[in-house]
Ligand binder design. Structure first.
Ligand code: NAP
Ligand code: F7E
Length: 318
């Protein structure tokens, strides 16, 4: 039986990846942090097949111990401070966890067993002020936030450990991916959850920031499959994972409000508090390499994703 250790198990992707690996008969371990983390109980209830192990990307020896105890074939590093807006308020914390955390884990693997395969959750935020459209594995990085900068560091260190120590280390450069499990702080879930509350008479309006920003939004359940596929290849490499289509926040609103028979213009208020010091205006990825080499393609369209999220929030809030 193959064994995987996932950091970030309490997050959106950790949950989908754990389900996917379990369906492939993996033994799944998940790293959890904190002395009384409320998310741990939920994971225990909803995913009883996951074995939880304590550790923190800030603590080197806890990572070494986690690897020694679990002896995984594959490690998926999904743990991070992942909210871009927060990264301007806590740049050092983001550097420590989202950036240096990658190196702590790579060092732990080098020490415990160099044969462990490693997946790093890289991000389209590294492209930032984009140098070309669409973005590929060859597009230069120009991060626009402490988060994007920390991810770029983690990305290059993953390449560096691959080239220096012949470790099987891959970067998945994933574009935005969403689901009913997305955190409420991200714009898609903020919109769909507030629509449900408006529909049920719990709130009256929705305050957002920049409605013009464009993102390449896919479904998280599709994207975790690409993570696993990368580690099954003969050679480690980096891959862009995206749908190839881009939509503005405004378009997301139009579709999501429209799905419940409302006009977004009657409810959405633009609030300067939600604008960022530097914006990433347009992201759209070209995942032809992943299609050709991994046989990966997304299965859920933008329209299906928006409806899935609105319907899930209506059920949740009812
Ligand atoms: P998420 O829902 O925000 O989950 C982040 C996870 O990181 C949580 O489980 C969190 O645990 C954990 N974490 C935070 N600090 C940690 C620490 N010091 N030590 C160990 N774990 C820690 O993120 P996601 O959407 O699932 O994304 C997964 C990964 O992919 C992240 O690295 C993200 O940056 C990256 N990514 C995401 C997207 C996307 O669109 N979703 C796109 C590209 C890349 P707690 O519960 O303890 O806070
Ligand atoms: O913002 C705009 C905001 O916070 C998307 C993370 O998973 O994907 C995610 O990062 C856009 C931005 O995601 C609000 O300015 C407008 O242009 O949902 P988001 P993100 O910043 O793209 C990447 C790939 C990651 O790697 C990250 O970990 O929406 N926007 N109004 C707003 N955004 C938020 N959050 N809230 C608003 O009110």
């Amino acid at each position: 039986m193959r064994t995987a250790l996932i950091t970030g198990i309490t997050g959106q992707d950790g949950q989908y990846l754990a389900e996917h690996l379990n369906s492939l008969n993996y033994k799944v371990y998940g790293l959890v942090r904190g002395q009384n983390n409320p998310k741990i109980e939920k994971i225990k209830q909803n995913f009883p097949f996951i074995d939880l192990i304590e550790g923190d990307l800030l603590d080197q020896s806890s990572l070494v111990a986690a690897l020694e105890v679990t002896q995984p074939h594959e490690v998926y590093n999904l743990g991070a401070i992942s909210f871009v807006a927060l990264s301007w308020n806590q740049p050092v914390n983001v550097g420590e966890i989202t950036g240096l955390g990658v190196v702590r884990l790579l060092e732990a693997i080098k020490l415990v067993n160099k044969k462990i395969k490693f997946y790093q959750a890289s991000s389209s935020e590294m492209f930032g002020k984009v140098r070309e459209v669409p973005q590929t594995e060859e597009t230069p990085f120009h991060p626009r936030s402490p988060y994007g900068s920390a991810k770029a560091y983690g990305h290059y260190m993953t390449v560096n450990y691959r080239e220096s120590y012949e470790m099987f280390a891959c970067n998945g450069i994933l574009f935005n991916h969403e689901s009913p499990r997305r955190g409420l702080e991200f714009v898609t879930r903020k919109i769909t959850n507030t629509i449900a509350k408006i529909k049920l008479g719990k709130v009256n309006d929705l305050s957002l920031g920049n409605l013009e920003a464009k993102r390449d939004w896919g479904y998280a359940g599709d994207y975790v499959k690409a993570m696993h596929l990368m580690l099954q290849e003969d050679k480690p490499d980096d891959y862009v994972i995206a749908t190839g289509k881009t939509h503005s926040v405004k378009e997301f609103c139009e579709l999501a409000f429209g799905h419940v028979g409302l006009d977004y213009k009657d409810y959405v208020k633009v609030d300067p508090r939600f604008f960022r010091p530097a914006e990433v205006d347009l992201l759209v990825g070209d995942s032809s390499k992943a299609k050709k080499k991994l046989g990966w393609t997304p299965s859920v369209t933008f329209e299906e994703l928006v409806k899935m999220m609105v319907d899930a929030d209506l059920a949740l809030e009812a």
